[in-house]
Design a protein around this ligand. Sequence first.
Ligand code: GLN
Length: 312
Amino acid sequence: MPTDFNQLTNQLPGLVELCRTYATEGRVASYIPELAHANPQTLGITLHHKSGSFTSAGESDTPFTLQSISKVFTLLLALMDRGEQAVFEKVGMEPTGDVFNSMLKLELVQPGKPFNPLINAGAIVISSLIGGDTPELKSQRILRFIRDLAGDDSPSFNESVYRSEAATANRNRSLAYFLKDNKVLDQDVEPTLEVYFKQCAIEVTCAHVARMGLILANDGSDPLSGREIVPKRYVRIAKSFMVTCGMYNASGEFAIQVGIPAKSGVAGGILALVPGELGIGIIGPALNDKGNSTAGVQLLKQLSEHYDWSMF
Ligand code: GLN
């Protein structure tokens, strides 16, 4: 049954307050020092329906950086730039069951080939595949793509978050050098990481993420104008990865409890979508030990139960 958007709008503020209590179960990420300034009690959501209606509740205007949510969009851009074969020569299609920045499985199967494009190792390789002669050009193309999907030109790089991550990213550097050693990464490490850190530092609000989700929910086209932004085939690939790997090593539990494609980021953002219906953007900076927003996941769980969103 289609979601009753009026009912949802009325119900949303109460649900946000109910789910906000779950923020105390999580902690704001601090391994990127700049992210530690976020208020753990923040919870905001925007839902954007294919009819053009949207609704928000809580602190949905709080800006936050995409972090790992960006990985879905660089995957799409790399597929559009290079095609499926070139992309899957470099990254696999399987979940790892490990934390997002794990090195554990990098030596398995084919040495250095990351299991999927949504873990850090895979996303770093994907950043190297984005078209553009310099890191600046690649980053500008990613930003332009995000703005197009968000339907707004205000998303920009948060320079402090970028610098904060670049200055402290020992683990991502280790992953990148390992990938380079195995020739899975065939570009230089630092310029590739510059692109990766910049995509993670693109600053958005819930409304932007909801619009980006809506385009995916509508198979890559703007439901109002009908304009195709991403080919349907690539959106299908991205949505499949969101279901199997989008919430990292909590993706199985999330599929059971919520049952829709989603992608989280360590700034506390979640991109989610109800196929054929709506896009969702959430911010809730307090994270559980798997790196997902505690209050945000709870909010999706409540909404999915109430509106019977599960795909399964
Ligand atoms: N920039 C972050 C990192 O590489 C992104 C990780 C995330 O959002 N889970 O560690």
